[in-house]
Write a protein that binds this ligand. Structure first.
Ligand code: ATP
Ligand code: MG
Length: 453
């Protein structure tokens, strides 16, 4: 993409309404524009990041054996009356009446809708297990939308639902989600720690929230510092293997890590040596639940069991806050000059800065690097504007592309360009071909291909 043709409305001034750094940087970098309280338009660069996160989520869900689909945003109130949640949900639910006077709602979550789909089409235990998911906009009329996309009213969520014959199978689905979430967040360059949580309106005894540690996080958390040493990495996993998935759950959840809702000071003090006790703040980027037959029973989602008798299915639901993650990644990865995107989610792989626009040799060298990067499957953002070098660098730093290639007549005289890391600020002089090859090498582990959906 050439910057002269792109739509990147960066702001010089820091918007007064933004209280936290990710919100400020998303506005300044021209990623979002507020449409009304807690509702945002995703401008091209914000949308690109959002799409990258969606792709990672899809890839990891499909890898775990989960099946993508799409349910609508607007739902009929009748289904929610069946489960009993129409009255329970409270004012966060946006209720709408259509022209025929029918009660509708903008879905805050989808347990009822998916249970209805399931009961209409699945009748035998032989069709189990099934896990279906979608990535769809949700609406919750939050009393205090704030922090930009972190607590929006309209927000994008991946929500998945498992249907199993037995509790044991459903707990395997729970573990499978835990593993796939660990992989998902790591690919986004994040450490998200599973912590024991509270079921809230979704319900259930088994539930973990995934938290990214950050001072601006809304959740208060308590944990054994050893949990921050754990990484899933690139180890292989067989998602059908119950024991393997259970072992990962135990590895990642056996140490103390809880949100304030489930925190128990006495247990904390007894089980964690003082030097390892940590109290901090975190951003909730996902949650998994096993809730058994809470929805299948009242809604009649039963299957014929092996003995011919109808049994209600065991269910769980599993959410990832896709749009919140854009903010969470920025909270975890920025400096005073702007965003620093992890390679796995960056909107463009590298910026090309032309130090002397209009100089034939420099222009030609930039074009060649631009073409060569594209030929390697990488997407550069080429600043081909007439701006001064200082302004070009400031924009690149603000929008946070992990790598910058700086091209000027002085370097070209000796056949070199400069490759600079946004994270470390370190620069290296090398030939244009070597710079392209280096970038291809850096991004090779992140070129997972397009989502197999
Ligand atoms: P919170 O406690 O932050 O209100 P929740 O526990 O009610 O969230 P879930 O029902 O667990 O949310 O939804 C799954 C995920 O969706 C959450 O882990 C979070 O990342 C995201 N999410 C929830 N509410 C919002 C919101 N208002 N804005 C953006 N993302 C949200
Ligand atoms: Mg939650």
């Amino acid at each position: 993409m050439r910057l002269s043709r792109y739509f990147l409305p960066v702001l010089k001034e820091t918007p007064a309404e933004a209280q936290i750094v990710s919100h400020r940087l998303m506005l300044r970098a021209g990623m979002i524009k507020q449409a009304s309280a807690g509702i945002y338009s995703w401008l091209p660069m914000g949308f690109k990041v959002l799409r990258k996160l969606e792709n990672i989520v899809h890839e990891e869900q499909v890898r775990a054996g989960h099946i993508p689909m799409l349910m609508p945003t607007l739902q009929s109130a009748d289904l929610w009356r069946e489960s009993g949640r129409y009255d329970d949900y409270g004012e966060e639910m946006l209720r709408i009446t259509d022209r025929h006077g029918r009660d509708m709602l903008y879905g805050p979550t989808n347990e009822e809708l998916i249970t209805d789909i399931f009961r209409s089409h699945v009748s035998s235990y032989k069709d189990l297990p099934k896990t279906l998911y979608h990535i769809q906009w949700k609406f919750r009329d939050e009393i205090r939308p704030r922090f930009g996309v972190m607590r929006g009213r309209e927000f994008l969520m991946k929500d998945g639902y498992n249907f199993d014959l037995t509790k044991e199978d459903a707990l395997h689905a729970y573990n499978r989600h835990l593993v796939s979430y660990l992989r998902t967040y790591e690919r986004m360059g994040l450490q998200a720690i599973p912590m024991r949580a509270d079921g809230g309106p979704i319900g259930g005894d088994y539930t973990h929230e995934f938290l990214v540690l950050a001072e601006t996080g809304e959740s208060e958390v308590f944990y054994d510092s050893e949990v921050t040493d754990l990484t899933f990495g690139d180890r292989g996993i067989d998602y059908d293997d119950h024991a393997q998935c259970q072992a990962v759950l135990e590895e990642f959840t056996s140490r103390y890590a809880r949100t304030d809702e489930t925190h128990d000071e006495a247990v904390f003090n007894e089980n964690v040596p003082e030097a390892r006790r940590r109290q901090a703040r975190g951003i909730e980027v996902g949650q998994i639940f096993y809730f058994g037959t809470k929805y299948s029973e009242p809604m009649g989602a039963t299957v014929q069991g092996p003995d011919g008798k109808p049994v209600p299915v065991h269910m769980g639901s599993h959410g990832i806050g896709v749009s919140r993650l854009v903010g969470a990644i920025i909270e975890a990865s920025h400096d005073e000059r702007g965003i620093i995107w992890p390679e796995g989610v960056t909107p463009f792989h590298a910026g090309i800065v032309n130090l002397k626009q209009g100089d034939a040799g420099t222009d030609a060298a930039c074009e060649e690097i631009y073409r060569a990067l594209a030929a390697r499957g990488l997407e550069p953002l080429y600043d081909d504007t007439e701006d001064r070098a200082g302004a070009k660098f400031a924009t690149m730093d603000l929008i946070g592309l992990p790598w910058r290639v700086t091209v000027g007549p002085r370097g070209l005289k000796t056949g070199v360009v400069e490759l600079t890391s946004r994270r470390t600020g370190e620069s290296e002089e090398l030939s244009p071909e070597a710079a392209v090859a280096r970038l291809a090498e850096i991004y090779a582990p992140h070129q997972a291909g397009s989502a197999p959906v």
